[in-house]
Write a protein that binds this ligand. Structure first.
Ligand SMILES: Cc1cc2nc3c(=O)[nH]c(=O)nc-3n(C[C@H](O)[C@H](O)[C@H](O)COP(=O)(O)OP(=O)(O)OC[C@H]3O[C@@H](n4cnc5c(N)ncnc54)[C@H](O)[C@@H]3O)c2cc1C
Length: 349
């Protein structure tokens, strides 16, 4: 059985991990030129912690976990107004890039990784899938999985344009590195104004700034990073605190992430020999705090179904029957996240 997975972030290498252990020949193609090790702090939560242990990766994850002690809300002058200590030691917080590194390290000897390439055409003839790549020669696989995120190319080629499946939750997010000295070591600092949030995380000697703001769908070129940075400047002009310093830092960084916060809603996660996992299938959005966990859980559910059923159609149906209720539940957490992080009502500070 030869399998192609598109996307080497969380869902892709997680699925590769399980399939390689089942003796499947796995190729993973990633659009980026190398491992994408940037990103914000994320959490491995709920049953995904036990899943990480089952994968034998708990020690590796524990070794790089952050120990954020909680959130401190500040006012426009940076004075601490409210502290919410972190009382949960079950969840594991770590930088997203660290988890990508751990998952790809755990699979690199058994899985063929191809960086700097991507799928451009998929032809499923019922007996296999002929795949064309932007750079490499065409190849044939038994099954193809899209783990290529919110803006999945596999989903676009198989199910149609993303506008049909993306549900904008009315919030935009930007993440970029910042001087850790602007934060408070091992605490998240946050400043909220109605419909806007700026957060600074400082742990393990690195800093990350996160900006979120409510807005209806904006018309902007997703490749125009300069315009996105200007948009932040305009939106947060009167936000006070260290916003000018953070935005000055954003001007110099290549590691700048900006996107609409959206959920993915598809009536089915598979068609023929092609199926989707992670954000490509059912992105819950960062505002649920469960995207990483959902990506790992979905990958494990699909691998388990494939191990139990030799017929892929039965396996895909079983994957969806077992995992969709949990994916729906995770997606439903978004409204609480929006209200908590970017409330429209006046906030205490
Ligand atoms: C600010 C922020 C905070 C977050 N906080 C949390 C949190 O606290 N807890 C949590 O669980 N989750 C959190 N998340 C969400 C989490 O990062 C994602 O939901 C999760 O990583 C989903 O993984 P994925 O592998 O499905 O997709 P992605 O991580 O989006 O990965 C998709 C991969 O596919 C690649 N790719 C894209 N297109 C192609 C193509 N055409 N060909 C080949 N490769 C391609 C991309 O380069 C990428 O490597 C957060 C996200 C953000 C932005």
């Amino acid at each position: 059985m030869r399998i192609l997975i598109s996307g080497a972030s969380i869902a892709g290498p997680s699925l590769a991990y399980w399939l390689a252990r089942q003796g499947t020949e796995v190729t993973l193609v990633e659009r980026a030129a190398g491992r994408r090790l940037g990103g914000a702090p994320i959490d491995i939560r709920a049953e995904a912690v036990e899943l990480t242990a089952k994968m034998g990766l708990l020690d590796a994850v524990e070794a790089v976990r952050g120990n954020t002690r909680g959130i401190v809300f500040v006012d426009a002058d940076g004075a601490e107004a409210q502290t919410i200590p972190n009382t949960d030691d079950h969840d594991i917080e770590l930088y997203r890039g660290e988890l990508v590194r751990i998952l790809t390290d755990a699979t690199k000897d058994e899985v063929e990784y191809i960086y700097g390439d991507g799928v451009t055409a998929l032809h499923d003839d019922g007996a296999g899938v002929d795949v064309e790549f932007a750079r490499g020669a065409p190849r044939r696989f038994d099954l193809v999985f899209g783990a290529d995120g919110l803006h999945s190319q596999v989903r676009r080629l198989t199910f149609g344009p993303e506008q049909e499946f993306l549900r904008h939750v009315g919030v935009y997010v930007a993440i970029f590195p910042c001087d850790p000295a602007l934060g408070k070591p091992d605490w998240g600092l946050m400043r909220q104004t109605p419909g806007r949030l700026v957060g600074v995380y400082s742990f393990r000697g690195t800093g990350k700034a996160a900006f979120m703001f409510r807005a209806p769908r904006l018309d902007y070129d997703y490749r125009d990073i300069g315009r996105q940075k200007n948009l932040l400047r305009e939106t947060f002009a009167d936000h006070g605190w260290i916003v000018p310093q953070l935005l000055d830092g954003a001007l110099d960084t290549e590691d700048f992430y900006f996107d609409s916060v959206s959920q993915v809603d598809l009536p089915s996660w598979s068609r023929g020999r092609i199926a989707l996992i992670g954000d490509a299938a059912a992105c819950p959005s960062p505002l649920t705090g469960m995207g990483t966990s959902a990506a790992m859980l979905g990958a494990a559910a699909l691998a388990e179904a494939l191990a139990e059923h030799t017929d892929h159609e039965t396996a895909f149906a079983e994957y969806e029957r077992k995992f969709r209720p949990r994916a729906d539940e995770i997606q439903s957490m978004v409204s609480t996240g929006v209200e908590m992080l970017v409330p429209l009502r006046p906030v205490a500070t």
